[in-house]
Design a protein around this ligand. Structure first.
Ligand code: PMT
Length: 402
């Protein structure tokens, strides 16, 4: 790949001792690397070491007249074609998420328009703290790429997730990010949310799907350069950048939109919770309770909706079709049966019996089930991260097919 101008922001964690190695790797690929160190980073790695390996002046302070005189902080932010924060402490992630700019590093991070990649490193409890989880989710939604952390023995004596990704992994992620978008030229259709089936003029049959899972998949596909179409059942979520959104309400409307858009698509992901049944006829006017004596029943006749996923899978072609399965027990077995019945290329099974995953929550715990029966269980992850891992798998399937 072409040499780029990479700005490396180093914050104060023990993993900072690995940063000279990261600089060396980036330089070896031909990139120009400039470093900014926070005050606490200087406790872990010497600016002189970074200056020597990068062969560029290292910036340390916002209010140093000599430093600012050479390259001011905005010029530095503009210079960067990519910014890497490694190690990224919990404190730095929090400031980044909140938009706080109270030193040189955070000011440059707020001012730059370059793609941003962060490699968190911290104690396992700090990493799993709800505040850090929320900050990471915010950054991910904004398109910031999070590399690691990895699990293992931590310098603080604890064991678990929190080790900074190795310099090789960080450099590799940067290459991927700066290379050609991996889904450029691909058309991806994603369905999201819960369809609504009208009962009368004001009432609907609905379900608890918020659309978060499907919207996260569409956002990730667009970020990877795909022409992305999101067929969305009613949802208050904003349309992700770069995504064309088609709003629908009922399963029949979703079916029409998905089929029309899927015609020239290479990938279709059905993350929507589509109503299996709809009222045989919707009353044009509001049903009045006064028309029925108290305690008397009202019978709604339901008819089956078409199975959009199964219909797509029956169509011939090279397209990769992915379904979701919301299951409350025997998750993998139920997903295997569903996959066999519908004939799709992959089923993403969610355990919707968990309180912290599935419908409406920001996280999901899924198992990727393949036609051969293999099942890859992912841990509880933010839906944005589930989307990333799912698209990694879809890219492999698509690559194998074409
Ligand atoms: O939207 P969120 O709040 O983020 O929640 C995400 C989710 C839990 C809704 C999502 O991850 C999920 O599991 N979606 C599928 C839920 C579901 O309805 O599963 P199902 O077992 O009924 O359907 C299986 C598959 O067939 C799904 O891909 C569904 O889109 C598709 N289907 C179902 C019925 C139908 N008539 N047509 C279909 O295409």
């Amino acid at each position: 790949m072409e040499p780029r101008r990479v700005l490396l922001v180093v914050s104060g964690g023990i993993a900072a001792y690995k940063i000279p190695e990261l600089v060396r790797r980036l330089k070896r690929t031909g990139h120009a690397v400039r470093c900014v160190v926070t005050a606490s980073a200087r406790e872990f790695v010497s600016p002189l070491t970074l200056q020597t390996v990068s062969a560029e002046p290292v910036r340390e302070s916002l209010f140093d007249r000599a430093e600012e005189g050479q390259i001011d902080h905005i010029a530095l932010a503009d210079w960067a074609e990519a910014v890497v924060v490694a190690p990224a402490t919990a404190n730095l992630l929090a400031k980044l998420a909140a938009g706080i700019a109270d030193d040189l590093a955070t000011t440059v991070l707020l001012a730059t328009r370059a793609p941003l990649l962060v490699a968190p490193a911290m104690n396992v409890n700090m990493w799993s703290h709800p505040a850090t989880r929320a900050n990471v989710a915010t950054l991910h939604e904004r398109g910031v790429e999070i590399v690691g952390p990895e699990a293992g023995e931590l310098a603080c004596g604890w064991e678990g997730e929190g080790r900074m990704a190795e310099p090789e992994a960080i450099a590799g992620a940067l290459e991927l990010r700066l290379g050609r978008p991996s889904l450029a030229g691909e058309r991806v259709v994603v369905s999201a949310g819960g369809t609504r089936e009208p009962v009368d003029a004001v009432r609907v049959l609905a379900n608890r799907s918020s659309g978060k899972m499907g919207f996260a998949i569409a956002a990730e596909a667009a970020r990877r350069g795909a022409e992305t179409i999101l067929v969305a059942a009613p949802s208050a979520l904003p349309t992700p950048p770069g995504v064309r959104r088609i709003d629908i309400e009922t399963a029949l409307e979703m079916r029409d939109a998905v089929h029309a858009e899927a015609r020239s698509a290479g990938v279709v992901v059905m993350a929507a919770a589509v109503a299996d049944f709809r009222p045989a006829s919707a009353h044009a006017r509001k049903l009045k309770k006064e028309d029925l004596p108290e305690g008397e029943g009202l019978t709604l006749e339901l008819v089956r909706n078409p199975d959009i996923l199964a219909e797509l899978c029956r169509e011939p072609g090279e397209r990769v079709v992915v379904g979701f399965a919301a299951e409350s027990h025997d998750v993998v077995e139920a997903a295997r049966r569903k996959l066999a019945r519908k004939g799709c290329d992959l089923i993403v099974a969610n355990d919707v019996s968990r309180e912290d995953a599935g419908f409406e929550s920001d996280a999901n715990a899924v198992v990727l089930v393949s036609p051969g029966g293999e099942a890859e269980a992912l841990p509880l992850l933010p839906k944005s991260e589930v989307a990333r891992r799912l698209l990694d798998r879809i890219e492999k399937l698509r690559g194998a097919r074409s």
